[in-house]
Structures are given as C-alpha cells and as structure tokens.
Design a protein around this ligand. Structure first.
Ligand code: DC
Length: 226
C-alpha cells in the first residue's frame, strides 16, 4: 500500500504524513529531505547550488543517514534544495531511493507514506492513495515562521552548550512569505516534475483546519478506500 502526499512548502504535509504513517503502521519517507541533503552537502562543501555537475555527484551519494541532520531544516538549505530540485539528473538520481522505499518499506511495514512534490505524479504514479495538501500562502508563512522559531529555540540550546552563545539567523514572517511564494513559483514552473496535483488526487486544503482536523479528513479518506 503506497500513500502519496504532495503539496507546496509548509502546507502541513509532513506532519500529516507522519501521523498517517503512525496510525496505519506504515513507513514514512520525507522526500524533501533527500533534496535538502544534497543541498546541505553542497553548502557545507562550499559548492554553488547552481553547479549542476556537482549537484548530480552529490545526489548519487545520498544515503539514509544523511536524512537525520538537524541542519536540513534551515531556511537556506530549503532555498538551495528548491534550486537543485530543478536539475533533471538530480531528480533522476534520487528516484531509485524513493521507489525502493515505497516498494520495500523498511522494518517490514505493510505500506509506505511518502511526501513531496511529485510522489503521486512521477515517483509512484501507481500509488493507491494520493492526497494533495494545500493552504493559502499567508497561512503557510505563519506556520513556517512558528516552526522556525521553535526549532531555533531547540538548536540554540545545543549551540549554547557547545559555543556558549547564539549563532542562529532569524527571519521575519514577511521574508518567509516572500521565500514561500518564490519557492512555489520555482516548484510549479520547473520543466521536470513540476508541483501539481495528480488527476486522481484527493485535494485537501488545510487553511482553516488544525492538525487534528486535517488528519481526520485524510484518515477517513484512506479508510474509505482500503
Ligand atoms: O518539502 P521541502 O521543503 O523539504 O522540500 C525542499 C525542496 O525540495 C522543495 O523546494 C522542492 C524540492 N522537492 C521536490 O522537488 N520534490 C520532492 N518530492 C520533494 C521536495
């Protein structure tokens, strides 16, 4: 059983996908983390995310342990990830990892939940369940702002221990909204695997729903189709 969850940045798909996976006992893959891992590798190596050849090499070396780095969530890493995600060979290099995960979910799970931009359209077009999660850009900016503020606090604690001071960068909500709109435009307009709902996807707008409300709608939809 494959559950494909797609949608734009900060629509709530990660939280939703994780909860659905836990509820149904399925394995969960955040496919954005793969693109972020490539971006993080390049930023750390001092490489330009626009350097396609270097990005393709980095993508070929991505493994499961690269997906657990806390720095993957940084705003700069997300912005770079969106750029390298437009390179067709990078997408092709990451396809195998995602399809293997869906076909043979780790831990012997009977199903997999994958979230991203093109899971229902390109990675797993055969998925039994496809959900396209959206929310208005202003709502997504607010959510991402609160998320970054919370993760800043968490990573500050670790930094305080290691460095005895705050090293983080903070962003205003309006800067985040501008970044989200730029990222949407890039993700929707790229030639390869643009962000769009699969024709057979269930559209879930979470603008006026809390986490619980979105989870219940998605869970009911999946249960109706099991
Ligand atoms: O969901 P996210 O913010 O972690 O994704 C980071 C970037 O990776 C996003 O701008 C688009 C890209 N991405 C993609 O192109 N395809 C996916 N399946 C997942 C993410």
């Amino acid at each position: 059983m494959i559950v494909a969850i797609d949608g734009p940045v900060a629509a709530g798909k990660g939280t939703l996908a994780r909860r659905l996976a836990r509820h149904f006992g399925f394995a969960y893959l955040d496919s954005g983390a793969l693109y972020r891992a490539v971006a993080l590798h390049m930023l750390r190596a001092g490489l330009d995310p626009a350097d396609a050849a270097a990005a393709i090499r980095a993508a070929a070396g991505i493994a499961a342990y690269d997906l657990a780095d806390a720095a993957l969530r940084d705003q700069a890493v997300g912005a770079a990830a969106s750029k390298i995600a437009a390179i067709p060979e990078v997408r092709a290099a990451l396809l195998g990892y995602q399809r293997d995960f869906a076909a043979r979910p780790p831990g012997g799970a009977t199903g997999a939940v994958l979230d991203g931009r093109d899971i229902g359209t390109v990675v797993c077009p055969e998925a039994e369940i496809k959900i396209f999660v959206t929310a208005r850009p202003e709502i997504r900016a607010r959510r991402r702002f609160l998320e970054l503020a919370a993760s800043d606090k968490a990573s500050d604690k670790a930094r305080d221990k290691a460095l005895g001071g705050r090293q983080g960068q903070s962003f205003s909500e309006s800067e985040i909204l501008a970044e989200i709109e730029a990222r949407d435009a890039r993700d929707q307009s790229r030639a390869v695997a643009p962000l769009r709902p699969a024709p057979d996807a269930y559209l879930l707008d979470t603008s006026d729903l809390d986490i619980e409300g979105a989870f219940n709608k998605a869970k009911d939809y999946i249960q109706r189709r099991l």
